[in-house]
Write a protein that binds this ligand. Structure first.
Ligand code: PMP
Length: 298
């Protein structure tokens, strides 16, 4: 891939990389990546890049963040909960020699510092099997002390705590681990499989049509202020003629697991965002809730 970037930016990113290499004594065996998406996106990227869906990986859960990473990994491989500190309210870490590692694990994942519970690894466990690697989320103690990078296959960290602006996530990864990503990346393939954008547009029109029909057919109970010819198929804002019912509408919908319906604070009212990921059944559920709500408030 060719990336077009200004030479000023090239200079900034090169200097950032070389300074970080100096700080942590990172050898040439490792790549340093500056990524988007926050450390949270690495919770998925780790299994997606380091193993196949059928593979297993060991997770040591020492607090909320490693618990989140363990749960996210369940979508992309078969992670094994090697040890959890939950029963001790996440106040301790088991001695490493008591940790039951799975001999087939592709990697051993730890959160080097649990930001919420305040539990920090002072040294690091070694993956038992030789082909396995140690992976660490260092978001909240990155660059707070020297670390022997060579002990790890992958270190990742959101930059915002100890080193820089939010939105940048740093990954330090052993070069030989690159290039083995699972083919099933959750991006455009799914849209192609659904028949491409023409089919997607038809489905979106159908979803939006149902919702606008319900609004326009409500005899004024629900009102969409937008001119018909320019109504969005993605974001459907509407109000209740009796505005005092809006709060109740949103609360009752939330009880039925239809969330995020509150209109943007600058305009108020209700807003249904029905992006590609919202299935037709979701819109049908909302429409039937709207009809039922209206019937209950004559
Ligand atoms: N891991 C740890 C240890 C964290 O402390 C945080 C953020 N507090 C995250 C991951 C998530 O980071 P981000 O907000 O960059 O997605």
């Amino acid at each position: 891939m060719r990336i077009h970037r200004g030479k000023e930016f090239e200079a900034v990113i090169k200097k950032a990389e070389s300074d970080l290499r100096r700080l942590l004594s990172i050898s040439d065996d490792f790549s340093v990546l500056f990524l988007q998406g926050g450390a949270t996106s690495q919770f998925a990227a780790v299994p997606l890049n380091l193993c196949n869906p059928e593979d297993t990986a060991d997770y040591i859960v020492t607090g909320s963040w490693s618990d989140k990473s363990f749960k996210e990994a369940q979508k992309f491989c078969k992670p094994n909960l090697t040890w959890s500190g939950k029963s001790d309210k996440y106040t301790n870490i088991l001695p490493f020699d008591e940790i039951q590692q799975n001999p087939d694990a592709k990697y051993l994942h730890i959160c080097a510092n649990e930001t919420i519970h305040g539990v920090e690894f002072k040294n690091y466990p070694k993956p038992k099997n030789n082909s396995s690697i140690l992976v660490a989320d260092m978001s909240s103690n990155f660059c707070s002390k020297p670390v022997d990078v060579s002990k790890f296959g992958l270190i990742y960290a959101g930059a915002q705590k100890n080193v820089g602006p939010s939105g940048v996530t740093i990954a330090i990864i052993r070069r030989d681990l690159l290039g083995h990503a699972q083919p099933d990346h959750p991006l455009f393939e799914d849209l192609l499989d659904q028949g491409g954008l023409v089919a997607i547009a038809q489905n979106n029109a159908k979803k939006a049509g149902l919702l606008y029909e319900a609004i326009d057919g409500s005899r004024g109970f629900y009102v969409c202020p937008v001119e018909k010819s320019v109504r969005s198929f993605m974001n459907v804002p509407f109000t209740l003629q009796r505005s005092e019912l809006e709060k109740k509408f949103i609360e009752e919908a939330a009880k039925e697991r239809m969330v995020q319906l509150k209109g943007h604070r600058s305009v108020g009212g209700v807003r249904a965002s029905i992006y590609n990921a919202m299935p037709l059944a979701g819109v049908e559920k909302l429409v039937s809730f709207m009809k039922d709500f209206q019937a209950r408030h004559p």
